[in-house]
Design a protein around this ligand. Structure first.
Ligand SMILES: Cc1ncc(COP(=O)(O)O)c(C=O)c1O
Length: 379
């Protein structure tokens, strides 16, 4: 299978280790293992720590341990541990589902702009891809009539992502129900990439249930990388039917075989202590949202955004700039601020901003950004 270059990931790897102020990252500021153990109240549980440190680093249970799959399954209303496959990040879960469900020539509808994998892998498989677009003209919102007009009797799969990367748009409960009706009418599967699940904004809209709990021919995708702030574990999952999970497992024998032993244990700790992590996130998001609102209001002559409804990401419109490629390079190289160029999402006049960074760095990064844009405009 030949794949297109993954534009965003290429850009991120160029800069992420070379900047001081990364405010384009898509997860909540990462936790250390010490922070995770402290949040989970196990630092004084000597037996737990001893087992963690003294266990041989074997190949771990290939599907993910029964304990982790049970903890994950318990976050859904209608999922059992056999319906879950633990994967190397959400990226592997998506990859497996595409490879198991899709064949050359299949008709697929994909929400765009998107995390590029979601559109590039179906294309690489040779599918006919119709794009369900979330546009600036719609105020970055989902248009269900447009989705309905794209779905045909031949549609095999509908790919959705909410809260949405990169716009922060949200599919409410009634929208998800309508998507289930549209899919059911033609017998299509729905892959719901829920990488930003649980990331509600303090005082904002509550998130609807996962799609897996609403529609039987569906797969919900999850990850430790965003809400949990643990991207370094490289651990995600898919929750589907037991049969689909087993098919994906068979495919996985050829990709990553099994989750890392340590990641599996630490992921279980994080999932079981989700409420504590929620409290940490609420603090970060409340502060960053307040900072961002003030900053956008103070700088409305040079930047604008549609505030995200949930999740961590939004597109920042740089007023008067048609293509931010050069600006994003100079911001990273000269000001140490990382804001990914919108061209990586087909929105060249924008920069992608993430609101999960530590609040002091987030506030400094915004000041540096406005100073940099103003200074460069004087020339
Ligand atoms: C929508 C979406 N899906 C999947 C991924 C991959 O995440 P992971 O780190 O779990 O592989 C990302 C990462 O940014 C994402 O935004």
């Amino acid at each position: 299978m030949k794949v297109e270059t993954f534009q965003l990931e290429r850009w991120m790897t160029t800069w992420e280790l070379n900047v001081t102020h990364d405010i384009t990252e898509s997860g909540v500021s990462p936790l250390s293992i010490t922070e995770l153990l402290t949040l989970s109240d196990v630092t004084n549980d000597q037996e737990y720590i001893d087992t963690l440190l003294s266990s041989p680093q074997l190949y771990s249970e290939a599907r993910g341990t029964e304990e982790l799959r049970t903890s994950i399954a318990n976050t859904y209303a209608s999922v059992g541990s056999d319906d879950v496959l633990v994967t190397t990040g959400a990226i592997e879960a998506n990859y497996l589902v595409f490879n198991v469900l899709l064949n050359h020539g299949d008709h697929v509808v994909v929400t765009t702009p998107c995390y590029q994998q979601l559109v590039s892998i179906p294309k690489a498989i040779g599918c006919e891809v119709a794009e369900w677009r979330v546009t600036p003209e719609s105020g970055f919102s989902f248009d269900l009539d447009a989705l309905e007009s794209l779905v045909t009797d031949r549609t095999k799969l509908i790919v959705i992502n909410s809260p949405h990367n990169p716009t922060g748009a949200l599919l409410r409960h009634s929208y998800l129900e309508r998507i289930a009706e549209i899919a059911d009418r033609v017998g299509a599967w729905v892959l719901s990439d829920e990488a930003y699940r649980w990331i509600e904004h303090p005082g904002g809209e509550p998130l609807p249930p996962p799609f897996r709990d609403l529609y039987p021919r569906s797969i919900s995708i999850g990850t430790m990388s965003k809400f949990f702030g643990l991207p370094g574990l490289r651990l995600g999952w898919l929750a589907g039917t037991a049969e689909l999970a087993a098919q994906c497992w068979r495919h996985r024998d050829y990709t990553s075989l099994s989750p890392a032993w340590l990641s599996d244990r630490l992921a279980r700790l994080a999932v079981d202590n989700r409420q504590r992590i929620q409290q940490r996130n609420d603090g970060i998001l409340a502060e960053n949202l307040a900072t961002a609102r003030t900053w956008f209001a103070d700088n409305s002559d040079i930047v604008a955004w549609k505030e995200p409804k949930a999740g961590l990401l939004a597109m920042m419109d740089v007023i008067g700039v048609d293509n931010t490629d050069d600006l994003s390079e100079r911001l990273a190289a000269d000001a140490g601020v990382m804001l990914a160029p919108g061209s990586t999402f087909g929105l060249p006049g924008y920069l992608r901003i993430g609101i999960g960074q530590r609040p002091t760095i987030f506030a400094e990064a915004l000041e540096r950004t406005s100073d940099f844009i103003r200074t460069s405009r004087q020339y």
